[in-house]
Design a protein around this ligand. Structure first.
Ligand code: ZN
Length: 226
C-alpha cells in the first residue's frame, strides 16, 4: 500500500472468495473450481503468507487480492473499498443514471451484475435490482431464484422488494438506507411481512458509507449542471 490506511478494519479484507475457470475443448466444457470460499484479513503492518500445494490456487488468490482478476463470487475490500457492487454503481453514474448497482449470487457464482438503466432504457422498472433479477432468471432458466443472494448499493424500493419476494430469493445485502423510498427498513418492511408468502433475510449497511458517497457526488454534479 502506498498510503497508510487510517480507517478501521483490515487493509485487505476478502470473504468467501471463489474462482471458477471454464475450459472448453470442442463441445466439452470443463468447470474448474480453484478457490472455494476463501477468507483473508490482513491488518496494517502485517505480512500475508500464502502456502499450498502446486495447483491449490496460490497465484489465483494473489491475482484476486491484487485486483488483476475478478472473483467468480465473494468480495475483496482494499482499505475498505469494494470491487464488486460499487463498480456497477459507478458505471451507472458514468451513463447519467442514478448510481445504484446490484449483483445476484447463486451457489457461489455471480449470476448477474446490473446497474440502474431507467434513463437509457426509458423504463421506469429498470432499477438495478430488477435488471439483475431478470438476467439471473434468464441465465438459470427459471423465475424461481431460491437460494440466491442479492447485493445492492441502496435500500430497495417497494417495486424491487416486491420483485425479490416474487423471485423467492434467500437474502439481500444492501448499502445505504433510502429514507424516501426504502421498502426494506425505512418506509416499509416488505421483506419481513408475514402476510406475504415468502420472507427474505436482510443484511443492511454493507458498504453503506461508500454507496451513499457515490449517490451524494452524483446529485451534487447534477445540481451544478442546472
Ligand atoms: Zn427499486
Amino acid at each position: 500500500m502506498s498510503e497508510a490506511w487510517s480507517g478501521n478494519g483490515p487493509v485487505i479484507a476478502a470473504s468467501a472468495l471463489h474462482k471458477r475457470f471454464v475450459e472448453r475443448s470442442g463441445a466439452a466444457r470443463l468447470d474448474v473450481h480453484v478457490l472455494r470460499g476463501i477468507d483473508v484479513a490482513v491488518a496494517a503492518g502485517e505480512t500475508l503468507a500464502v502456502v499450498g500445494a502446486s495447483g491449490s490456487g496460490k497465484s489465483t488468490l494473489l491475482h484476486l487480492l491484487g485486483g488483476l482478476e475478478a472473483p467468480t463470487s465473494g468480495s475483496v475490500l482494499l482499505c475498505g473499498r469494494d470491487f464488486t457492487t460499487l463498480d456497477a454503481a459507478e458505471q451507472a453514474a458514468g451513463r447519467g443514471e442514478v448510481p445504484v448497482g446490484a449483483v445476484v449470487v447463486v451457489d457461489g457464482a455471480v449470476l448477474a451484475v446490473a446497474h440502474n438503466e431507467r434513463e437509457t432504457g426509458n423504463d421506469p422498472t429498470a432499477h438495478a435490482e430488477v435488471v439483475a433479477l431478470r438476467r439471473a432468471a434468464a441465465t438459470l432458466g427459471s423465475w424461481r431464484l431460491t437460494g440466491a443472494d442479492l447485493f445492492v448499493t441502496m435500500e430497495p424500493c417497494p417495486m424491487c422488494a416486491g420483485a425479490m419476494v416474487n423471485a423467492r430469493i434467500r437474502r439481500v445485502y444492501y448499502g445505504c438506507h433510502d429514507p424516501k423510498a426504502g421498502a426494506v427498513r425505512s418506509l416499509y418492511q416488505l421483506l419481513d411481512d408475514r402476510r406475504l408468502n415468502h420472507r427474505v433475510d436482510v443484511v443492511p449497511g454493507v458498504l453503506g458509507t461508500e454507496s451513499a458517497a457515490l449517490l451524494k457526488a452524483f446529485f451534487e454534479r447534477l445540481r451544478r449542471r442546472d
